[in-house]
Each structure stands twice: as structure tokens, then as C-alpha cells.
Design a protein around this ligand. Structure first.
Ligand code: AMP
Ligand code: GLY
Length: 425
């Protein structure tokens, strides 16, 4: 796989492209559309095609004779990009449209989990607002309301009482707050515990677990404030002991893989289980994603020592021979630097200073919402950078990451200063 096309433009895609180009057999990586970070890497080139423009991406991959395409975000996967590339005889790594429903429809995912006996919250689904509110009147709180379809991480409401729950239900079902994605909803039991991300590479019946990681979804210190795409992550996650790891594979991942084989659609691609580990040590699935996590990818790939291009190439052709991967035993920790105001309104186009001074070999500044304007790096999104560092333990990784975070600045830059606190406490 001399040439690889990475689809997407976030921090995850910068990390994927950065890792691919380190593989000895990869000479060129294209990123569509990429960001300022991928634009500045040697042998990586941005292509001005949106990640949703499947026809444009297909034409590009054919014209350039791209060896392997890897998809970052969920939207093109749910829209069936893999099916289209495969029909045209191209090699692409990711789940097909049928499998991507696991992320694209909460209702599909819940039914699938029920059928396969995968531990998850009890639920009911609704399209009718009166039936939903009647149901709520008999429930205890907090309770969780989820839009069925993709809602860019904004489709989940944890309601503390019936009033909040009813408001969320009306917003989704009656007011169309998430458009068609919220015309059907799932109402599920609130599960208490600690969250962990479990990401694997799956090729039909073969599962290769990646290093464990933990995300920080809340915007503010102490896990307070609104939910975001993720404000920082670290790997490994000490919460995921060997015993728990074995349990997640046997109780969650294997039944998922087998369920898709039984359905006649073997899964191929990254598979991400968002898990809540209960006080009793039981992993329950909060959600499935059909892709790599962002920002989990950044610390995970920082630690990966295996040939990543070869791995994805083998997996995409159903010819995996690897059974385990080599990891740097150090901890990697990534801090997301966001635009002030994120996840709500925020400014774009601010000039970022200080990245050029960061040279420590243990640190990598992955870009997300950045753009190049006359050779100046400017902000262009809510999550702007993910400053990721290695260290012999999580405390040192945290110190290393924050040393660089403090050296970078732009107007109204915002970040949490406690990433990793649960693993440190
Ligand atoms: P999801 O997109 O389904 O992962 O939901 C986003 C976030 O909401 C998760 O990362 C959890 O923090 C929280 N969440 C979702 N479902 C539940 C649940 N059943 N119980 C408690 N928290 C939940
Ligand atoms: N970090 C959470 C996600 O990628 O969905």
C-alpha cells in the first residue's frame, strides 16, 4: 500500500495519516479534506473533497489508483461509502452500510444487542410523543433520551426529572430538533459507573483489540458542563484490568462479531464500544461506534509500534495474519484545546501561535479544526488541537502534555486542565 487515502479532517484523521506515513511501505498519504496539521506533514497531501462527497472521493481514488482508503468519520460509513468503493473494485477499510447501522441507528443497535444478549441499558423506543410522555410518567429518574439517528454527539439528553425528560422528548419528536435523526427516539435506563472506550480492529471473525483508552466527554474540569465530542483522552486506561478486558471480549465484542456473521454481513473495520463499567464490574454498552474514536485515536496511535498500514491493508482484504500488536508501554495523554464557547457558538479564524516551538520527541500536536491562511495556522472549528504526549506514567504524560498546551495560544483558547484525573486520583 504505497498510497493511502484517509477520509476526514479532524484530529483522528491527522493521527491516522501520521501513523500511516511512518509505515515503511507507504510513500504517500492523501487526506480529504484534512486540516493545517496534515497539510504541513511531509509526504501527506490534503485533497479538497468533503468527507461526505462519496462520488468525488470515488473518482479521486480511481484516478490516483489509491491502494487503500480508510474512513475516519461515521457519516460516510452510514451513507454506504464502503459498499460503493467495493462495488468499484477498490480496497477500503471500514464497515459496510448494513454494519454501520450499529452507530447510525440507536434503535438498530439496541435491537441487535438484545438479540445477541449483549449487556446494555433497558430501553423502549418511540415515534409518538403521547406514548413517550405516558411512558415517562411511570419511570424513575435520571433517565436517558436518545435521538435514533446521527446527531453529531448532540442527540443524547440525560434528564434529571420528568420535566426535563418531557422537554427533550417534545424537542426531538415534535419540534424536530435533530431533523429526521430524532423522529424516532430511544428512552433508556440511566447506568451509573465509569466510562471506558474499547476499540478493536475487526476482520470478519478476527478481532484485534487496540490499547484501552478513556475519553473525557464533558467540557469542564471535574466532568462538569455540557457534553462534547471529547476534551481529552489517555491510553492505557487502568480501569480496564486484564480480567475486565477478557470479559469485554467475551460478553460484548465476540457476540457482536458473531451476530453480524449470523446476519450474513460479517463486520470489517474499527469497532468502538463505549462502555459503562458498573460498581459490580459489569461492562454495559452505552453506544457502539463503527469507527475509531476522536480523541482516543491520538493517544492510542501515539503508542502503536506495529506497521499500521500493513495491518489495515491486510484487514481490508480479509487476510489478517497479525493476532496482536506492539505497543509502547508508556502512557499517552492528549489534551484537546478548543475554541472558547465550544460546543456552542465560537469564533473561527483566530491566529494560533506557539506550535512551532514544540519540539520534544515525546509530544505531538495533532490538529483538528485548523486551516492554513497565507501560511499562518488559524482556527476553523470547535476542537482545534489535541496536544498528545508520552510519559513513563500518566502523571508524567500529563505534565508533558500540559507543558506544551501552555506554550500554545490564540484568542479565547479553552482547555480542561484535569485530563487524566480519574486515573491519577
Ligand atoms: P452516547 O452517544 O450514546 O455514547 O451518549 C453520550 C454520553 O451520554 C455517553 O458517553 C455517556 O456519558 C452518557 N450516556 C449515554 N447513555 C447513558 C446511560 N444509559 N446511562 C448513563 N449515561 C449515559
Ligand atoms: N470520543 C468519542 C467519539 O469518538 O465518539
Amino acid at each position: 500500500m504505497k498510497s493511502i487515502l484517509v477520509i476526514g479532517g479532524g484530529g483522528r484523521e491527522h493521527a491516522l495519516a501520521w501513523k500511516f506515513i511512518q509505515s515503511p511501505n507507504t510513500e504517500k498519504v492523501y487526506v480529504a479534506p484534512g486540516n493545517a496539521g496534515t497539510a504541513l506533514e511531509e509526504d501527506i497531501e490534503n485533497i479538497n473533497i468533503s468527507s461526505d462527497d462519496i462520488a468525488g472521493l470515488l473518482t479521486f481514488a480511481k484516478d490516483k489508483e489509491i491502494d487503500l482508503t480508510v474512513v475516519g468519520p461515521e457519516a460516510p460509513l452510514v451513507a454506504g461509502i464502503v459498499d460503493q468503493f467495493v462495488t468499484e473494485g477498490l480496497t477500503i477499510f471500514g464497515p459496510k452500510r448494513f454494519n454501520a447501522q450499529l452507530e447510525g441507528s440507536k434503535s438498530f443497535a439496541k435491537q441487535f444487542m438484545q438479540q445477541c444478549n449483549i449487556p446494555t441499558a433497558n430501553y423502549q423506543e418511540f415515534t409518538d410523543v403521547t406514548q413517550a410522555t405516558n411512558y415517562l410518567a411511570q419511570q424513575s429518574f435520571p433517565i436517558v433520551i436518545k435521538a435514533d439517528g446521527l446527531a453529531a454527539g448532540k442527540g443524547v439528553v440525560i434528564a434529571q426529572d420528568n420535566h426535563e425528560a418531557t422537554e427533550a422528548v417534545v424537542l426531538m419528536l415534535t419540534d424536530g430538533a435533530h431533523g429526521d435523526a430524532g423522529r424516532k427516539i430511544v428512552i433508556e435506563e440511566f447506568i451509573q459507573g465509569e466510562e471506558v472506550s474499547f476499540i478493536c480492529l475487526v476482520d470478519h471473525d478476527t478481532v484485534i483489540p487496540l490499547a484501552s483508552s478513556q475519553d473525557h466527554k464533558a467540557r469542564d474540569n471535574g466532568d462538569l458542563g455540557p457534553n462534547t465530542g471529547g476534551m481529552g483522552a489517555y491510553s492505557p486506561a487502568p480501569l480496564l484490568t486484564n480480567a475486565l478486558h477478557t470479559k469485554v471480549i467475551s460478553d460484548v465484542i465476540q457476540p457482536t462479531v458473531q451476530g453480524f456473521i449470523d446476519a450474513g454481513y460479517p463486520y470489517q473495520g474499527f469497532l468502538y464500544a463505549g462502555l459503562m463499567i458498573t460498581a459490580e464490574g459489569i461492562p454495559k454498552v452505552l453506544e457502539f461506534n463503527c469507527r475509531f474514536g476522536d480523541p482516543e485515536t491520538q493517544p492510542i496511535l501515539m503508542r502503536l509500534q506495529s506497521n499500521f498500514s500493513q495491518l489495515c491493508w491486510d484487514a481490508a482484504r480479509n487476510q489478517l495474519t497479525e493476532t496482536s500488536l506492539d505497543w509502547n508501554p508508556q502512557t499517552a495523554l492528549g489534551v484537546v484545546m478548543a475554541a472558547g464557547g465550544y460546543p456552542f457558538d465560537y469564533a473561527k479564524g483566530e491566529t494560533i501561535s506557539g506550535i512551532e516551538n514544540i519540539s520534544a520527541s515525546h509530544t505531538k500536536v495533532f490538529h483538528a479544526g485548523t486551516a492554513l491562511k497565507d501560511n499562518t495556522i488559524t482556527t476553523s472549528g470547535g476542537r482545534v488541537l489535541c496536544v498528545t504526549a508520552l510519559g513513563n506514567d500518566i502523571k508524567i504524560a500529563q505534565q508533558n502534555a500540559y507543558r506544551s498546551v501552555k506554550a500554545i495560544n490564540w484568542k479565547d483558547a479553552y482547555y480542561r486542565d484535569d485530563i487524566g484525573f480519574k486515573a491519577i486520583k
